[in-house]
Design a protein around this ligand. Structure first.
Ligand code: F6R
Length: 261
């Protein structure tokens, strides 16, 4: 794992966007794993800007989102399909047939989860997986005690996650209590992972995920096991990290980051 600290949220997002853009330019058929949530909104705005102003081409890109609420139709304004169309897909030149999300309303959810895994394999696996971290330590909707070998499946959401996301619903009590999510095992199979974490509300959980013990009580700590995982944090989210000076040194001095400085 490599931790990169940027001075503020804007620079953290800019860096994440540049890393994704570089990967897409190097491999136009990139299989991109996507996340939703507040953290990703300005990142998707930045990617849309790179498409518009710097011809970043998504025409051959394939995408797989991490998760979707159980019981929400794709056109529901709180569904993640709706979120992705609004924040990214409608603003870039992606072919919507190449964009995939789990179905929250499939008749046979278990079978649908298996099909989702099969589709990822058919596309050759995820090349670059984008992640955020929830206050419960989840990645995707892998709540505490998710097995590190878990695959796409239905997961019950914790009270912490319900408190985090229910204000986004007109009637908070209508937020679904279950979601379909890629598993921790599915996520760990991505060839590269970019995790973006910003803001002081994430400082405590980021320190547990990055420097704490690897434990299924904090699903994001599983990222310590991945060979090519970058965590991009702003100073606020990085505030509790013991190794902050070292992480800052890496970005300023390592040759691989030169083009991004
Ligand atoms: C949602 C997802 C979640 C979020 C996490 C952080 O698709 O993958 O793990 O990344 O809940 O959400 P925000 O950015 O809203 O704090």
């Amino acid at each position: 794992m490599e931790v990169i600290i940027r001075p503020d949220k804007g620079e953290a997002i800019e860096l994440a966007a540049r890393v994704i853009a570089k990967a897409l330019r190097e491999r136009p058929t990139l299989v991109l794993g996507l996340a939703t949530g507040n953290t990703m909104e300005p990142l998707y705005a930045k990617l849309a800007e790179l498409h518009k102003n710097e011809n970043l081409d998504f025409s051959l890109c394939r995408t797989f989102n991490l998760d979707e609420y159980v019981g929400l139709a794709p056109d529901h304004k709180n569904s993640y399909r709706h979120y992705m169309n609004e924040h990214l897909f409608n603003k870039i030149n992606i072919d919507l047939r190449n964009t995939h999300l789990p179905h929250g309303m499939a008749g046979d959810l278990d079978r649908d989860c298996e099909k989702y895994e099969e589709k990822i394999k058919e596309c050759g696996g995820v090349d670059l997986q984008l992640l955020g971290i929830g206050k419960s330590g989840h990645i995707g909707f892998n709540e505490p005690l998710s097995a590190f070998f878990s695959r796409t499946r239905v997961k019950a959401l914790t009270p912490t996650t319900i408190a985090q996301n229910s204000p986004l619903f007109d009637r908070p009590e209508e937020m679904p209590k279950r979601a379909v999510t890629m598993g921790v095992g599915t996520i760990l199979e991505a060839k590269r992972i970019v995790t973006l974490v910003v803001g002081d509300l994430k400082a405590e959980i980021l320190a547990k995920a990055v420097e704490g013990p690897v434990t299924s009580m904090v699903s994001a700590s599983a990222l310590q096991l991945h060979q090519k995982c970058i965590v991009i944090a702003d100073e606020e989210a990085a505030a509790n990290l013991q190794g902050r000076d070292y992480y800052r040194w890496i970005f300023q001095n390592e040759p691989e980051w030169e083009e991004f400085r």
